[in-house]
Design a binder for this molecule. Structure first.
Ligand SMILES: Nc1nc2c(ncn2[C@@H]2O[C@H](COP(=O)(O)OP(=O)(O)O)[C@@H](O)[C@H]2O)c(=O)[nH]1
Ligand SMILES: [Mg+2]
Length: 203
């Protein structure tokens, strides 16, 4: 194609600068379902085979929120203690964190305080942290953490709680949708996001 002078109306750097990039990080004990939650959100897929995350896993999705096209990067930081240095490196510039426990695993619930301490220490700028009670699809007999106990923990830390299943997809979209909405609202309040393509839409 013959490109005429001035065919590219705008500087590509300017265009990239105008895109809205979001970084979301998932934390919690190994095996609670962080990778599966991200996979479900990005690809609507679930795999029953467990391959522990070595260091980090990553997902990307372009998500439309209220008419605004968001470039969402999702990081699953390996839950193993030996990856603390990798995690600390990746906490920077994070917009939101989802802290996951597995409703069938007592230890994963008991570790929440330790995770929150790590987050508070290394990602001071993050205001949006939510709790995810994952694997709610599992049979009632296998569930060891009650909804009530989980809600109590979340309330005492002033966090929203989401019950989800990466296996069935229940609650997954709601979790990420609300996180993204909250991030965008905070950016707008801070004056970081001034133009909003969805402004004319019903908010
Ligand atoms: N039943 C059930 N199993 C799940 C769910 N989410 C993850 N799993 C399983 O739990 C294991 C660990 O999942 P993964 O996402 O790799 O955990 P991560 O270490 O936190 O990233 C895998 O075998 C998954 O198939 C869920 O919602 N329900
Ligand atoms: Mg993982």
């Amino acid at each position: 194609m013959d490109r005429q002078r001035g065919h590219l109306a705008k500087n590509p750097h300017e265009l990239v600068d105008k895109l809205t990039w979001i970084k979301i990080v998932g934390i919690g004990n190994a095996g609670v379902g962080k990778t599966c939650l991200i996979k479900h959100f990005c690809e609507s897929k679930f795999s029953g085979g467990y391959q522990p995350t070595v260091g980090v896993d990553y997902g990307f999705k372009i998500q439309n929120v209220k008419g605004c096209e968001l470039r969402v990067h999702l990081w699953d930081l390996s839950g193993s203690p030996e990856y603390i240095d990798v995690r600390n490196e990746l906490y920077g510039q994070t917009d939101a964190i989802f802290l996951v426990f597995d409703v069938t695993n007592q230890a994963s619930f008991e570790s929440l305080d330790t995770w929150l301490k790590e987050v508070t220490k290394y990602s001071s700028g993050v205001h949006e942290i939510v709790l995810v009670a994952n694997k709610v699809d599992t049979k009632a007999g296998k569930k060891v953490i009650s909804t009530q106990d989980a809600k109590k923990w979340a309330q005492s830390h002033k966090m929203n709680i989401y019950e989800a299943s990466a296996a069935t997809g229940d609650g997954v979209l709601k979790l990420f949708d609300e996180m993204l909405n909250n991030i965008i609202n905070k950016r707008r309040q801070a004056g970081i996001l001034t133009s909003w393509p969805g402004d004319h839409a019903q908010l």
